[in-house]
Design a protein around this ligand. Structure first.
Ligand code: 0O3
Ligand code: SF4
Length: 320
């Protein structure tokens, strides 16, 4: 069995402030209101997190349907929801708690503002992703989705003087920069947010992997298959020519990846708890790797307040 000589742990990695807030929202809701707590979609795109919360009494549903009893506590996931989902919840008298990340809400606000001013909005993002569905729902008639630079070339708009762009928060920094440059080239009057909408956590995790990857023979990114930001970390390493794989845990490592790997870099997506990194480190230590180092490129200090329904319920519980 081959053991790498050295493990590098990219920092920052793992939970961002929006994920921490969303997961805590479900945990607190379970403590304050008891099980079951309904959650629309996966609260964050991580198998382990979802499974752990399910064991504690969270019930994950794909849509708000009749399986949710009237009046039930229902949490919206970190990726955001469209106004139609809010309206549906209201019709069903659900007690909703919105765990949408404030940085996703910021993109929704941009969409609302541009739409109100009569702009056509180009949304850069991945088709079918929940965040994209939520954002598009703010102005379905005004938003057109593009995914690549090639999509810019075929894009036709009615009035290029009334054109704006926004983007999904978890995209590749480099790719998005390229798409925006292409948009500006083709539509010189296009407007957008002051900076792009890629969030601090996405940017920082990619920056750390970018710096770490050329010192590694292999990069392992912990994250689930449907996690956009985790997949982008794999892309960053591969673009630099370093083999990289996305894994939920050590069971998914294939022996042949390790054959010539002296230095293995590890990172984890924004929806990945640190326990999973610790488990992976323990796996390599058991095989004989002794040299385990942090590879820190910067520190983060971002925190978000819990949703107001949770804060109010916590205050009420403390006073009771
Ligand atoms: O958006 P993504 O697939 O990366 O979602 P994750 O893995 O749950 O990570 C949190 C990101 C998020 C809630 C939207 O920005
Ligand atoms: Fe918010 Fe960024 Fe985390 Fe998404 S990745 S939940 S936008 S902080």
């Amino acid at each position: 069995m081959h053991a790498p000589e050295q493990l590098l742990l990219a920092a920052p990695r793992g939970y961002c402030a929006g994920v921490d807030r969303a997961v805590q929202t479900v945990e607190r809701a379970l403590e304050l209101h008891g099980a079951p707590v309904y959650v629309r979609k996966e609260i964050v795109h991580n198998k382990h997190v979802v499974e752990t919360l399910r064991e504690r009494g969270a019930v994950f549903v794909d849509e708000l349907d009749d399986s949710i009893p009237e009046g039930a506590i229902t949490v919206f996931s970190a990726h955001g929801v469209s106004p139609a989902v809010h309206a549906d919840a209201e019709r069903r008298n659900l007690q909703t708690i919105d765990a949408t990340c404030p940085l996703v809400t910021k993109v929704h606000r941009e969409a609302i503002k541009f739409a109100a001013e009569g702009y056509t909005i180009v949304l850069i993002g991945h088709a079918g992703h929940e965040e994209v569905e939520g954002t598009m729902g703010e102005a379905p008639d005004r938003i057109v989705l593009i995914e690549t630079e090639a999509d810019v070339d075929t894009l036709e708009v009615e009035d290029e003087h009334k054109l704006a762009y926004i983007n999904q928060t978890t995209l590749s920094v480099d790719e998005t920069r390229g798409i925006i440059a292409r948009l500006r080239e083709k539509f010189p009057h296009i407007t957008g947010p002051r900076t792009d909408d890629i969030c601090y956590a996405t940017t920082n995790r990619q920056a750390a992997v970018r710096q770490m990857a050329d010192q590694c023979d292999l990069v392992l990114v912990i994250g689930s298959k449907n996690s956009s930001n985790s997949n982008r970390l794999v892309d960053v390493a591969r673009d630099l020519g370093t083999p990289a794989y996305l894994i939920d845990n050590a069971d998914q490592i294939e022996e042949e990846w390790l054959t010539d790997a002296k230095v293995v870099g590890v990172s984890s997506g924004a929806s990945v708890p640190e326990t999973l990194v610790n488990d992976l480190v323990a796996f390599f230590r058991e095989r004989g790797t002794e040299d385990v180092r942090e590879f820190e490129v910067l520190r983060e200090d971002v925190r978000f307040m819990l949703p107001k329904q949770i804060r109010q319920a916590m205050t009420a519980a403390a006073e009771a």
